[in-house]
Design a protein around this ligand. Structure first.
Ligand code: G6P
Length: 611
């Protein structure tokens, strides 16, 4: 969370920084700010509560020419979102300007010490403490880079930082520990940013900084080293996406664009991997662990948010097809409860961004205990992708809408491939493998059929968007889909929604049901369909309003429920990839009718790089 960008080069700097911030706004959007070193090496800064647009309006009068600048869009951790707490933060003399993503955990102890030494503070943030600490060291050593290194040695927690100073006006100093930072290497221009989306417009050549590394950018080049001042050899990578992929392309919102991209993204997740005739799967990213994973004693999958919901589907898939015991756990719980792991355990980390702090920290926990770590990640080169021993990219392309949609179905697709791969290495027959592979191959066209019916879902949203609560029910493979449907609605419409295993309804949620309660029931025709119908009967007996997701042709259900949304037939284990799509659309249209800020819902951020 929080997006930072720094630039050294010849382009007009204020618009460049603002555009960079807009591209990263999904990382945080409660306040924003920027600092420029002007031609006489004076620091010019502006900070504003609100969106990057508010900063843009405020900076209209900031007529500065300069070649060096930094900027930040914030998701508040310490201190209310207001102009003062917005980044950049400064030292007491206003000669150093710092932007920061992460949390300085020991900031209050350091702040007390600095106050005792006579330093004063303007904001409530942890970041300002770091800026003043750098000042304290600079006053002693008169060398900016050295002062930064000394200060970073004193802090605990996480940081991705960029700073500029009138003391040494020809450089940006950047450093990371636990928060992402990417360097962009252009033609006589250099950038640093939290996210490749802010860099792609200028260059595709990037360096991913590792933890405890820093970079010093100047008009003539850059150097990278460790914070402990040891040389590092940084490899230049090529970004694999284009600018148009991070633009709306005619859709009203990124979320809608991303929902409609799923026909393609599911196909991309399978591309080159599915061997239909052999009923098998090729996963190049697992080559190095192939023999060991065949004999895995247990698989643990850990993730947060929507990725956690996909992990739950993964549990059902892997246990059914490969007969390997699977446990699923929130990364935030896993990392703090001293999990018992064995050397023949595999831990899978699922993350769209590849930067979620809890998931990333869980990798260190698993590694320390000797388990093999696999990543299922979207963002190529992200921290989680690099920290795991092996992995599978989902190749969904940049996902900008804060509420995850296409990454979820791509995660499900990859988990299905993985389950098939593991199953075929163990006991799954070729015939069964071919059946599953053929159904997987057919999924994108089936997704398109559901998307073609979007207007019907919009009509249903029209009927229920003023409801205060929603209940989502599902069983088996579609229990996690009930959770995901409820999560989508909560995130973007702010309507309270709960997901439940359908049969658990009678142990609590049934008390909530009356004629004002819409209940969304995921009821594909599978082996537990009849049981789900009984649960629907229980809702109807209490006058609840039921929206059911079921298969085309299952007209029987129409008599019982208020609305049916249809999906094409597939194997029960693949239904989640289809059933979730109407739920994404229902959440989207509901939020649109309520006039919500769909791509940037309040209080959320896309990439949660703090605990
Ligand atoms: C945030 C996002 C969610 C996402 C979760 C996990 O809460 O708003 O959409 O599911 O983080 O993110 P990850 O990038 O690790 O999948």
């Amino acid at each position: 969370m929080c997006g930072i960008i720094g630039y050294i080069g010849k382009k007009e700097i204020v618009p460049l920084l603002l555009t960079g911030l807009k591209r990263m706004e999904y990382r945080g959007y409660d306040s924003a700010g920027l600092s420029i070193l002007d031609s006489s090496s004076e620091l010019k800064s502006i900070k504003k509560k609100g969106r990057v647009n508010d900063l843009e309006l405020a900076s209209m009068d900031l007529n500065v020419k300069g070649i060096i600048g930094i900027a930040h869009t914030r998701w508040a951790t310490h201190g209310y979102p207001n102009d003062i707490n917005a980044h950049p933060h400064f030292d007491t003399k206003m000669n150093i300007s710092l932007v920061h993503n992460g949390i300085i955990e020991n900031y209050s102890i350091i702040k007390q010490k600095l106050i005792q030494e006579g330093y004063s503070f303007r904001s409530d943030t942890d970041t300002e403490v770091l800026a003043v600490l750098i000042e304290r060291f600079y006053d002693k050593v008169k060398d900016l880079e050295y002062a930064v290194r000394l200060a970073l040695n004193e802090v605990n927690g996480t940081f991705g930082i960029a700073l500029i100073s009138k003391y040494e006006p020809n450089k940006i100093i950047a450093a990371r520990r636990g928060s992402p930072l990417i360097l962009g290497i252009g033609d006589n221009e250099y950038l640093v940013a939290s996210d490749a989306s802010a860099i792609i417009e200028h260059t595709k050549n990037v360096i991913y900084l590792n933890d405890d590394e820093m970079a010093i950018l100047s008009p003539d080049g850059f150097i990278t080293k460790t914070i402990a001042n040891k040389k590092v050899k940084s490899e230049i990578h090529q970004l694999e996406f284009d600018l148009e992929q991070i633009e709306k392309g005619g859709f009203e919102h990124f979320m809608l664009k991303e929902i409609f991209e799923q026909t393609q993204t599911i196909r991309d997740a399978m591309r080159g991997r599915l061997l239909v005739d052999e009923g098998n799967v090729k996963l190049g990213g697992l080559r190095s662990v192939r023999d060991r994973i065949r004999n895995a004693r247990r698989i643990i999958i850990t993730a947060c948010g929507t990725s956690y919901n996909s992990a739950l589907v993964g549990e059902y898939l892997i246990e059914q097809l490969a007969h390997i015991p699977v446990e699923v756990e929130y990364a935030s719980e896993f990392r703090y409860r001293s999990p018992i792991l064995f050397e023949d355990d595999f831990v899978i980390f699922i993350s769209q961004s590849g930067e979620t702090a809890d998931t990333y920290a869980a990798i260190q926990e698993a590694k320390q205990r000797g388990a093999t770590c696999l990543g299922i990640v979207n963002v190529v080169g992200s921290s989680i992708a690099r920290a795991t021993d092996a992995g599978i990219y989902i190749h969904a392309g940049p996902e900008i809408g804060v509420a995850s949609t296409k990454a979820f179905t791509s995660q499900l697709t990859v988990l299905s491939l993985l389950a098939l791969y593991l199953g075929r290495m163990r006991n799954l027959s070729t015939i069964d493998g071919i059946k599953i592979a053929k159904e997987l191959e057919a999924l994108p066209d089936k997704v398109q059929m559901i998307l073609n019916g979007a207007s019907e879902i919009e009509r249903i949203a029209n009927e229920y968007y003023q409801s205060r609560n929603f209940l989502y029910l599902g069983r088996g493979y579609n229990f996690p889909i009930a959770l995901e449907g409820a999560l989508k609605l909560k995130e973007i419409s702010y309507i309270h929604a709960e997901g439940y295993p359908a049969a658990e309804m009678k142990h609590g949620p049934i008390a909530l049901i009356d004629k004002n309660m819409p209940v969304v029931v995921v009821a594909p025709k599978d082996e537990i369909y009849e049981k789900v119908v009984s649960n629907i009967e229980e809702v109807k007996a209490r006058e609840g309003r039921v929206i059911a997701i079921t298969n085309y042709g299952n007209t029987d259900l129409e008599k019982l429920v208020d609305h049916c949304i249809y999906i094409p037939d597939t194997l029960p284990l693949l239904t989640p990839i289809l059933t979730v799509i109407p739920l994404q659309l229902l959440a989207y249209y509901t939020a649109r009718l309520l006039g919500r800020d769909i791509d940037k819902p309040r209080n959320l951020a896309k990439s949660v790089t703090v605990e």
